[in-house]
Design a binder for this molecule. Structure first.
Ligand SMILES: Cc1cc2nc3c(=O)[nH]c(=O)nc-3n(C[C@H](O)[C@H](O)[C@H](O)COP(=O)(O)OP(=O)(O)OC[C@H]3O[C@@H](n4cnc5c(N)ncnc54)[C@H](O)[C@@H]3O)c2cc1C
Length: 442
C-alpha cells in the first residue's frame, strides 16, 4: 500500500484530515519509549493512538508531589551526555540543573564519619588535586585515563568488543579492590541496580562515557517533565489513559472486549517478569537542612552486600530547589533490591528502620528527618549481565508486532529513546513512508 494512504496532511505537527482508527498506528504504553515513538511517527505525518493502562504518562519516569516536595519515583537523572537524549531534549527549557561533576564518598573511620571528595580532574582541576589525598594515586590516574579514552571513543566502540562483567573489566584494568568497594560499587550499584557489578562491561563503558561527556540533570518540574513534554508534542488527544491494551497481531489490538484495527501495532512496554529485571527501594526524607551541601552525589564508601543497605544518597533540593518545600531539604536515599534482599529486608517498615540506623551513624540529626515516602520499584531495569551481547542500537526486526522500550536495548532513557526511533523508522518503512530526519526537540 502506498505511504500517502497512512500519512495525513500536516501543518507542523497538526493533522488536517480525519481518518478511521484502522489507519492509525496503535502504540501500547505511554512511557518515554512509546511517547517518543509516537512523536517520531507524528512528525512524519502518521496518525497515532497511544494506550496507557495507568492514570498518567511517563511509565517509570513519574514524579509525585508530597507536602510541597517533588518526589521522583526512584532517584532518576537525565544525562546530557547521552547522544539521543542530549539532542532530543531541550534541557534549558526544562529549567534543568546539574549535579556537581565528581562524587563525595562517606565512610566510617573508627565509628566517625569521614567525607572524601573526588572531583572531576577535567572540569575542576584544582579541586581534583585535593582528591589525590583520598586514595591510591594509581586508581585515580586509572580513572582519569579511562575517562579520557572513553570520552574520545565512538559510542559504538563501547559495544563492539569485550562482554565480561563490569567487576572483571575494572579489575583487569588494574583498579584495586578497595577502590572498587569505595567508589565504583556504590556508584554503579545505584545505576545498574545490582551490587555485584555483574552487568556487562559494555553497559559500564556506555554509562561512564555519558557521565564524562555530559552532566547529570534534574528538570525543574521533576523527572516526569521529560515524558510530559513528549506527550504535549504527540498531542494529548491521541493518548488514552487508564486503558490497558493487548496486541493480538501486527494489525489488531484488544481494548477491553473490543478489537481495534490498526495500520501497525507497536508494543512499548516490557513483557519480562520480575525475575528478569532489577528492583530498587527509594526513601525520601524531609530534613531541616541539607546534610551534604555542594550538589554532589554522596556514595557509601563502606558499601558491601549483606553488610549495609544504602548505596548512595542525594539532596535533590540542593541542585534543584523546587524539589524542596518551605526552605526544607529533600534527602533521597537509594537501596538496591539485592542489598535489601541480602539483609532480609522485604517490608517497607524494615527497609526504613535499617536506613534510619545507617543514616544515624553518618548524620545524628537524621533522627529528626520525616519520611515522605518509601518507594519500591520492581521491574526497574532489564538485566544486562556479562555475555548479554549488548548493542548500541536495536538490530533490524522481522517481527510482525513491533516493540520498543528499554527492554529492547538497555536500561536507560537513552535505550528507551533509541529503541523508539528504531521502531518508528521500521514502522514508516512498512507503511511505505520515507522517514524524515528527526529534527524536533522537546
Ligand atoms: C528507579 C529508577 C531510576 C532510574 N534512573 C535512571 C537514570 O537516572 N537515567 C536513565 O537513563 N535511566 C534511568 N532509569 C531507567 C529509565 O527510567 C527507563 O529506562 C525508561 O523510563 C524506560 O521507559 P520505557 O518507555 O521503555 O518503559 P516504561 O517507562 O516502563 O513504560 C511502559 C509503559 O507501558 C504501560 N503499560 C504496560 N502494559 C500496558 C498495557 N497492557 N496497556 C497499556 N499500557 C501498558 C506502563 O504503565 C508504562 O507507562 C531508571 C529507572 C528506575 C525505575
Amino acid at each position: 500500500m502506498h505511504g500517502s494512504y497512512f500519512r495525513e496532511r500536516c501543518v507542523g505537527n497538526r493533522p488536517l484530515g480525519i481518518r478511521s482508527m484502522s489507519n492509525r498506528v496503535h502504540i501500547v504504553g505511554a512511557g518515554v519509549a512509546g511517547l517518543h515513538c509516537a512523536a517520531v511517527l507524528r512528525s512524519n505525518g502518521v496518525r497515532v493512538a497511544v494506550y496507557e493502562k495507568s492514570d498518567a504518562v511517563g511509565g517509570r519516569m513519574r514524579t509525585d508531589q508530597v507536602g510541597g516536595f517533588l518526589l521522583d519515583r526512584g532517584f532518576h537523572v537525565m544525562q546530557s551526555g547521552y547522544e539521543c537524549a542530549g539532542s532530543r531534549v531541550d534541557f534549558g527549557s526544562l529549567g534543568a540543573r546539574p549535579f556537581r561533576s565528581g562524587v563525595r564518598v562517606i565512610r566510617l573511620a573508627g565509628g566517625t564519619p569521614e567525607v572524601l571528595t573526588y572531583a572531576d580532574p577535567f572540569r575542576s582541576p584544582l579541586a581534583a588535586l585535593g582528591s589525590l589525598r583520598n586514595g591510591n594515586w594509581f586508581d585515580l590516574l586509572r580513572v582519569g585515563a579511562l575517562r579520557w579514552r572513553l570520552v574520545h571513543q565512538d559510542v559504538n566502540a563501547s559495544f563492539s568488543s569485550g562482554d565480561a562483567s563490569t567487576h572483571r573489566y575494572l579489575r583487569e584494568l588494574g583498579f584495586s579492590q578497595d577502590f572498587l568497594k569505595r567508589f565504583f560499587c556504590p556508584l554503579l550499584a545505584g545505576i545498574f541496580l545490582e551490587s555485584r557489578l555483574a552487568t556487562s562491561e559494555r553497559m559500564f563503558r556506555f554509562v561512564f562515557q555519558a557521565m564524562a561527556r555530559g552532566k547529570m540533570l534534574l528538570p525543574r518540574a521533576g523527572i516526569k517533565a521529560v515524558p510530559e513534554r513528549i506527550a504535549d508534542f504527540v498531542g494529548r488527544e491521541h493518548i488514552r489513559l487508564g486503558v490497558p491494551a493487548r496486541a493480538i497481531d501486527s494489525r489488531r489490538v484488544l481494548i477491553g472486549d473490543r478489537v481495534e484495527d490498526a495500520a501497525q501495532i507497536i508494543v512499548a512496554h516490557p513483557t519480562v517478569g520480575a525475575s528478569d529485571s532489577r528492583s530498587v527501594w527509594t526513601l525520601h526524607f524531609d530534613a531541616e537542612h541539607s546534610p551534604a551541601p555542594g550538589g554532589y552525589l554522596l556514595l557509601n564508601g563502606d558499601y558491601e552486600l549483606g553488610k549495609n543497605a544504602i548505596a548512595h544518597l542525594a539532596v535533590p533540593s540542593d541542585v534543584q530547589p523546587c524539589y524542596g518545600a518551605d526552605g526544607r531539604a529533600l534527602v533521597t536515599v537509594t537501596v538496591v533490591g539485592d542489598a535489601a534482599q541480602a539483609l532480609g529486608l522485604v517490608e517497607p517498615g524494615a527497609v526504613a528502620d535499617r536506613v534510619r540506623y545507617e543514616l544515624g551513624a553518618w548524620f545524628p540529626q537524621s533522627v529528626n528527618w520525616r519520611i515522605l515516602a518509601v518507594q519500591n520499584v520492581s521491574g526497574a531495569l532489564p538485566v544486562r549481565e556479562a555475555g548479554s551481547g549488548l548493542k548500541a542500537d536495536t538490530p533490524a526486526t522481522s517481527s510482525e508486532i513491533l516493540s520498543c522500550g528499554d527492554h529492547c536495548l538497555h536500561g536507560s532513557v537513552e535505550g528507551a529513546l533509541r529503541s523508539a526511533e528504531a521502531a518508528a523508522i521500521e514502522c514508516l518503512n512498512r507503511l511505505g513512508i520515507e522517514p524524515a530526519p528527526i529534527t524536533h526537540t522537546y
